[in-house]
Ligand binder design. Structure first.
Ligand code: 2HG
Ligand code: ZN
Length: 474
């Protein structure tokens, strides 16, 4: 350990008791590895603060000694954003114990919650107050608000409600030097200079630590209709998207595309989760209409829309969930795909987006690229097609050579990301940069944008202690 880190650790040890500052290797071990087990580091210690004042005190100490700090929420990052490096000099700052909902004011449609709240708990609290907190991710039961906001998470309701960034009215942030920036207002209108809070949303803990947020709430939908639809092509999917949007308007909340291959993986690895239709089409869609309007009947609207589209040859078979249990089963199918892919063995992941209009052409060219580049792989491209965002993932084929497959990772990544760039898309649509895409950001971000990012980093974290090596190079 560097002298600076051991001096900081000595001071932290004086300040915090052993239930708050944890150093036992067996307790650190699960925090030092990401959930996909692709990144493994070694932390000097892990701090579990219970209050903003404790976060502030810890950062003040770390800043004085230039000890690096890695904030961690539910440890569900796909990019290694919350995993320490191998030096053994970094302090893990785990927000899990800051898990209070400080306030919920239905009349203002806001909820003020701490960073360690589980997303599912926030959703439940909103529902109990007859409101909706619309962020929805498959990992809702384990991911935490601080991570959701720090990575500007997306998920399955972005089409209607936007990304995590769009759900925030104000933040409480502990800056690198320990000072606390408090903007936890409930104002929808506050037009007073630079929007400083937005810098911390999507910064992945590299500029400061989000400790609480005031969040926007929405009316609780009264009528929800969910369908599972067989489709002949991605082109049909985007034509159907246009129809659902023009007829359903803002009621269309989700539009999730899945290839047959993804559902076949479910068949094989999670056989208790079965699609309600035969797998005789190349693509399947899960779409949902929802509205809070009294007297609305989204079930009939969706039925009418789908039968009109079917008459025009836009889709194959379709089923609409008849009750909440069937709806949950459809969502479970979609949300189980990452788990099925994990059980199927190693995979090469690309979280990409392109303009919706070019999605069909992108998928055609991307599929050819995968076939040419990695013959050991099978493309499992699924996700938030309504946002132009696909998880363009490649799984190892049964019985194929795993070493040869892994050896193609960098070549494939370059080819896919270059293709995305050619289509005017993004190499990280919703999972962020973390440590896995730092090089990609250097390669694809406009030089001036990168320069501004570096200047902002320097202004807010002059010592470079906040999650170093994530998002930007050290
Ligand atoms: C999803 O949409 C998640 O299910 C996970 O963003 C994506 O496994 C993935 O690549
Ligand atoms: Zn996703």
């Amino acid at each position: 350990m560097t002298p600076a880190a051991s001096a900081a650790l000595a001071e932290l040890t004086q300040h915090f008791d052993t239930t708050t500052l944890v150093r036992d290797p067996w307790r650190l071990a699960p925090l030092e590895i990401d959930h996909r087990e692709r990144y493994r580091g070694r932390a000097a210690a892990a701090l579990f603060p219970r209050s903003t004042a404790q976060v502030s005190a810890a950062l003040e100490i770390c800043h004085r000694h230039a000890m690096p700090v890695v904030p961690q929420g539910g440890n569900t990052s796909y990019c290694g954003a919350a995993t320490p490096d191998a030096s053994g000099d970094q302090l893990l700052l785990c927000l899990a114990r800051m898990n209070r909902i400080r306030e919920l004011r239905p009349i203002d449609d806001i909820m003020v919650a701490e960073a360690g709240c589980l997303l599912a708990e926030l959703q439940q609290a909103a529902t109990a107050a007859d409101r909706l907190f619309p962020l929805q991710l498959g990992s809702a039961g384990s991911c935490q608000l601080g991570g959701n906001l720090s990575t500007n998470a997306g998920g399955t309701n972005v089409l209607r409600y936007g990304m995590a960034r769009d759900l925030v009215l104000g933040l409480e942030v502990v800056l690198a030097d320990g000072r606390v920036l408090e903007t936890l207002g409930s104002l929808r209108k506050d037009n007073t200079g630079y929007d400083i809070k937005s810098l911390f949303l999507g910064a992945e803990g590299t500029l400061g630590v989000i400790t609480a947020a005031s969040l926007r709430l929405f009316p609780q939908p009264r009528s929800v209709a969910t369908a599972f639809v067989a489709l002949g092509s991605v082109q049909q999917a985007i034509e159907l998207l246009a129809e659902l949007r023009s007829a359903g308007g803002e009621e269309l909340t989700s539009f999730e595309l899945m290839p047959r291959a993804a559902l076949q993986l479910l068949n094989r690895h999670l056989p208790d989760r079965q699609p309600p239709l035969p797998l005789d089409a190349p693509w399947f869609l899960l779409c949902e209409l929802a509205t809070a309007r009294r007297g609305a009947d989204t079930h009939h609207t969706l039925e009418d829309l789908l039968s009109a589209a079917s008459e025009r040859g836009l889709l194959g078979n379709a089923v609409i969930a008849q009750n909440e249990r069937e709806r949950q089963a459809l969502w479970q199918l979609r949300e189980s795909i990452p788990e099925a892919q994990r059980r199927a063995g190693p995979s090469l992941k690309h979280d990409v987006s392109v303009p919706v209009a070019v999605l069909p052409e992108f998928v055609t060219r991307g599929t050819a690229l995968v076939e040419q580049t990695v013959s050991e792989g099978q493309l499992i491209a699924y996700g938030h097609a309504g946002d132009g965002n696909l998880h363009f993932n490649v799984s190892l084929r049964d019985g194929a050579d795993a070493a040869a497959f892994s050896a193609r990772e960098q070549t494939l990544r370059r080819a896919v990301h270059d293709l995305v760039h050619e289509f005017g898309g993004s190499f990280s649509a919703e999972h962020g940069i973390g440590q896995s895409k730092v090089e990609e950001l250097e390669r694809y971000a406009p030089a001036l944008e990168l320069e501004l990012m570096r200047r902002i980093k320097l202004a807010l974290d002059p010592q470079g202690i906040m999650n170093p090596g994530k998002v930007l190079k050290r």
